[in-house]
Design a protein around this ligand. Structure first.
Ligand code: NI
Length: 396
């Protein structure tokens, strides 16, 4: 027998027509990171319709509501991300993207609509606590991102945010469920560019030049054995070389080659060690062949760590809301990254996944056919409200 839906889920189902309207309006007008101008204008309209006072930070495409309820108690922030991806939508949905080559393929349209719904329900029900709404741009940017700069400009201050909640849709979990874990839940993501400098020459006389392509190939395999032979197999590490280019012509020794890639780790010590080892290994391989290599290594989002106390409260709230069988304990961290991690470096809180899986639908975010169902939207809205209320003091 399916579990009895809790009060927030019943409320979310009642406001489904509004949730849907917001979601599809946002879905039709996707924008890339740091360009969320139309998205922000839509959000400002929706927030005003609901009677909220939106604040627009200068020089920044986010929108916030500093206190969405006039109650007392600690300030709890709810955060949604706003940006879309350079993906050509292939869902065939009537509300599909009207912008060629751009799509909400990561479900951020669902996150924004769910946050509007949660804010509306929290204001109607008035659980203990005051609530800040954060619609944050540039989560997909991957390097600087939207969270870090906005935290630096004070989005968590005046009055000070005591806790924060956020959620992301997840097609690997069944629709109707949520997933979370205490401690490390998502990876740190760094990126690198490696340039290999050799000496071009006649391809028939390799001894007279320095072939950058062969050395680049050794570096690619060297980075794989760095993970498989130098790291503890139960301490997750991923190195992916995503691009590799070099040379000019089939019969000329490549004078230069270049590759770019990503490093994913969970523990901070591992993150430092892998960066050092990568640099050492690249220069060692290049030197042993008489070439030179330059490594440009950039740190991106840190690992996302859910602290025990607020995560325990959110877990309990979600269990009583959705039924215990619908709150899935993730067995380990996933190797995706998320700049919500930066809020959790500054304040306690909890991040969780909202199931969007359906039989026959793609199991991957960023897919051109990714389309979370309505139930994902209502569960996201209900879960955000329940989690925020749990951290604000009590559930109604
Ligand atoms: Ni995303």
């Amino acid at each position: 027998m399916p579990p009895q839906p809790g009060p927030w889920l019943r409320r979310a189902r009642r406001i489904l027509p509004s949730l849907r309207r917001w979601r599809w309006e946002l879905h039709r007008h996707p924008e890339l990171s740091n360009q969320e101008v139309a998205t922000r204008a839509l959000l400002v309209g929706f927030l005003k319709d609901l009677g909220f006072e939106p604040e627009l930070p200068r020089g920044f495409t986010g929108v916030a509501v500093r206190e969405s309820t006039a109650g007392d108690g600690p300030v709890v922030a709810l955060r949604a991300d706003m940006d879309a991806l350079p993906v050509s939508e292939a869902t065939g949905a009537p509300g599909a993207s009207r912008r060629p080559g751009i799509m909400h393929a990561c479900g951020h349209d669902v996150h924004m609509a769910a946050l509007l719904g949660a804010a509306w329900m929290l204001r109607t029900e008035r659980p203990k606590g005051r609530f800040r709404l954060i619609f944050q741009p540039a989560e997909e940017e991957g390097g600087v991102g939207g969270a870090g700069p906005w935290i630096a400009r004070g989005i968590l201050g005046a009055p000070r945010v005591r806790a924060i909640v956020g959620a992301h849709v997840e097609p690997a979990l069944p629709t109707g469920s949520v997933g979370l874990r205490t401690g490390a839940m998502m990876a740190a993501a760094d990126r690198f560019r490696i340039r290999v400098y050799g000496r071009a020459g006649h391809a028939g006389y390799p001894q007279r030049g320095r072939d950058a392509v062969v050395t680049a190939a050794e570096i690619v395999t060297g980075l794989q054995t760095l993970v498989s032979r130098r790291r503890d197999p139960i301490d997750p590490t991923v190195i992916t070389v995503g691009t590799l280019q070099g040379g000019l012509r089939h019969n000329i020794l490549a004078g230069e080659a270049e590759m770019t890639g990503t490093v994913r780790t969970v523990r901070p010590e591992t993150r430092d060690a892998v960066e050092q080892e990568l640099r050492r290994r690249v220069s060692g391989i290049a030197r042993s062949s008489g070439l030179r290599a330059k490594v440009d290594y950039r740190r991106g989002y840190p690992a996302l760590l859910n602290p025990p106390e607020p995560t325990g409260r959110v877990r309990e709230a979600l269990r009583s809301e959705l039924g215990p069988g619908r709150v899935i304990e993730l067995p380990g961290p996933v190797m995706g990254a998320e700049d919500f991690a930066r809020y959790l470096e500054a304040v306690p809180g909890c991040f969780f996944f909202v199931g969007a899986g359906r039989p026959g639908a793609p199991e991957s975010l960023h897919s051109p056919t990714f389309l979370p169902p309505d139930e994902t939207l209502t569960v996201a809205a209900a879960s955000l409200a329940a989690a925020a209320a749990a951290l604000g003091g009590r559930t109604p």
